[in-house]
Design a protein around this ligand. Sequence first.
Ligand code: TRP
Length: 453
Amino acid sequence: MNGQEQNQRGHWGSKIAFIFAATGSAIGLGNIWRFPMVVGKYGGAVFVFVYILAVVLIGFTVMLAEMIIGRHTQRNAIGAFEHIKPRKPWKIIGFLGLLTSICILSYYSVIAGWAAGYFVKTASGTFRGAITSQMSDQIYTNFVSNPLLALICFFVVIGITTLIISKGVQSGIERWTKILMPVLFILIIYLAIKALTLPGASEGLSFYLKPDFSKLNGTVVLFAFGQAFFSLSIGMGIMITYGSYIHKSDNLVTSAGWVSFADTLIAFLAGLIIFPTLFAIPGIAPTAGPGLVFKVFPLIFSKIPNGHFFGMLFFTLLLVAAITSTISLLEVSVAYFIDERSWSRKKAAFLLGGFAFLLGIPSALSSGGMKFFTDIDFMGKFDIIFANISLAVGALLICIFVGWIWGIKKPVEEVRSGNPRFRIRPLWVFSLKFLSPVVLIIILIFIKKIITG
Ligand code: TRP
């Protein structure tokens, strides 16, 4: 890469801008839609317990490793591996990440489209007045099984993402996240308080927070780890790409720590809204799957003053949170084609965005929209293959690469350039070289057994 291209990449305006962008990537549907869905499906509190362990012990380790690779090499997720170990197969990790990011983008945007659709529904008064859980269930089913509607909403999300990415990192990403993330945070706290004070909320609270360890098994562990990687946006090179825009003087440890913490907090709060509401207003099962959040949130809005307004605000912010994540998913491959293939940013954004749209069509139609042809659950299959398996493989390879192949000296130096003391170094190195790889290998060995039950 020559100097001019280097300048074209741009840097984050400040450390705080980077943290906002990385947090914006991490916080999204993974926290508010996917987290409650998997908690409900895989055993409640025991899942939450394993999830937190996964974030603290392994997620943080991998996130820091990715940021180190990115900042050290100043490259995209593929160029970075080539730069550290030229002409060796390690850049496959980057290609795996590229494939994974586009595939996740394809179905993720379908769900983001549902958030857009729900905004319009709320604005047009569908949820005004008292809503029962049966009504909410019916509204959801009618909405997602309408093929045209699902495709239009999906198209809108991919379109917005492509436009933002085609305009570039600085102007595109920073502006959105800085203002809207804090508003989302305040809204979620407010809704959690409201949900917790509903009569009958305590049963939901104990489902969510009182672990029943007899429910612990391989499936719980696999999905808890998959969810941790998905939610933190790690295992596929996003944080490499974003890390390549961080200044040398910034502290990577506190950055990775802050992003992991903020992400986990939002997911935790989302659960505090969903489960108390779910048990206080019975009729929807915790195992409802992808529709869980869309069925339950209207219920809480129907129970609070000015619920109509809060509903519109919530779905708007959910959409924004989703879009700050979709842009990160698209940026991985766009950065690659700009750096390594000399494509223009516009060309890369439109071609890859278009590709993700085509790829996502079966997912957009798999919630009932094409029931006349097939009932294969494309979205569910994509989600298992890419969010659970592929991210775990990516995370494992990143640990091996940074911990064993690159040699631990360079990564440690990289951290020290912005954090001379690097006090958690022994813990991080232990997790990177031993703990994380062992845990991930065990999970991957058992994957087939776990999935086939
Ligand atoms: N973490 C995002 C969320 O929780 C989704 C996401 C964005 C992601 N970039 C990613 C997931 C990279 C895995 C890998 O909504």
